[in-house]
Design a protein around this ligand. Structure first.
Ligand code: NDP
Length: 283
């Protein structure tokens, strides 16, 4: 039986630490969240993030653009928020309507307010291992491993998925902690065999219950980043939890695993962004 890595408990501890620091140092921290369109899931995610802000003592503001908004309208809102000293972090909730140029929007965010760390320069900093704002999901996974005292150094780490926001930065962060890292994707040959080598297996695929017991070495640490709906429309991960849990050493549940850690890292990045901006203002 695997030890369950409970993201709800760990993220609560992180949020309490953030709240304590904000209160102790009497800090004023603000996060602006931009929503474009009416995607119901996005509205739910944004509400969660605003709840997290309230728990941490971070002021949150929500900006909603219409489904038909163009890139120019979004860029102009970002310009306004970049200038607003009460806003320390800017987050654009995805997915965006097709007509919006997401790359242009991300690149327009002041790099010190890029709390999702999606800008190319911030991704580059993660790659060279010299960063203060780390992509929230992989940073959340690393924080989980650290707090559970799961060693990475010298371990075989396999990341399935190579997206710019999860798979690639995840692989880089494991590498910086001296893991021996393999990145897999849809064209990887012998995926099962590669995954079965892993001491630490991270699934960031987006396919419900894809990782079965055949992909997992006995005692492995299995981190499930996926958020999917199964045939009963229930939330599930990329890992077949029922089949893998008896075999794994550690496993994250979905929901309640990586998701809450991602949100906690957003709060941490917003506080870090505020500190970076105030240092710049002092200089
Ligand atoms: P993307 O769709 O951008 O990337 C998916 C990756 O999985 C791609 O690299 C793709 O390979 C790979 N892949 C797809 N099918 C297979 C396959 N059959 N075998 C091996 N690899 C495959 O997704 P994201 O990285 O944005 O997200 C991944 C999952 O994580 C999603 O479920 C998403 O909802 C979830 N997520 C969860 C978060 C959280 O907080 N828990 C935060 C962000 C995302 P290729 O490149 O070759 O196409």
């Amino acid at each position: 039986m695997a030890k369950i890595l409970d993201g709800n408990i760990l993220s609560k501890a992180i949020k309490n630490e953030i709240k304590a620091e904000i209160e102790r140092d009497n800090l004023k921290v603000g996060l602006a969240v931009i929503l474009v369109g009416d995607d119901p899931a996005s509205h739910i995610y944004v509400n969660y993030k605003q709840k997290d802000c309230a728990e941490c003592g971070i002021e949150s503001s929500k900006y909603i653009l219409s489904e038909s908004a163009g890139t120019d309208e979004l860029l102009s809102l970002i310009d306004t928020l970049n200038e607003d000293s009460g806003v320390n972090g800017i987050l654009i909730q995805q997915p965006l309507p097709k007509q919006i140029d997401l790359t242009a929007a991300n690149e327009r965010i002041n790099p010190l307010k890029d709390v999702d760390a999606f800008r190319a320069d911030n991704v580059g900093r993660i790659t060279i291992g010299d960063y203060t704002l780390g992509s929230c999901t992989p940073a959340g996974v690393m924080e989980m491993l650290r707090r559970e005292e799961i060693p990475v150094s010298g371990k075989e780490c396999v990341v399935v998925g190579r997206s710019n926001i999860v798979g690639k930065p995840m692989a880089m962060m494991l590498l910086h902690e001296h893991g021996t890292v393999t990145i897999c994707h849809s064209r990887t040959a012998n995926l099962k065999e590669v995954c079965k080598r892993a001491d630490i297996l991270v699934a960031a695929i987006g396919k419900a219950n894809f990782i079965s017991a055949e992909y997992v070495k006995k005692g492995a640490v299995v981190i499930d980043v996926g958020i999917n709906r199964n045939e009963d429309n229930k939330l599930c991960g990329d890992v077949d939890f029922a089949a893998v849990e008896p075999l794994a050493g550690y496993i994250t549940p979905v929901p309640g695993g990586v998701g809450p850690m991602t949100r906690a890292m957003l709060m941490k990045n917003t506080l870090t962004a505020m500190k970076l901006q105030s240092e710049l203002n002092k200089a």
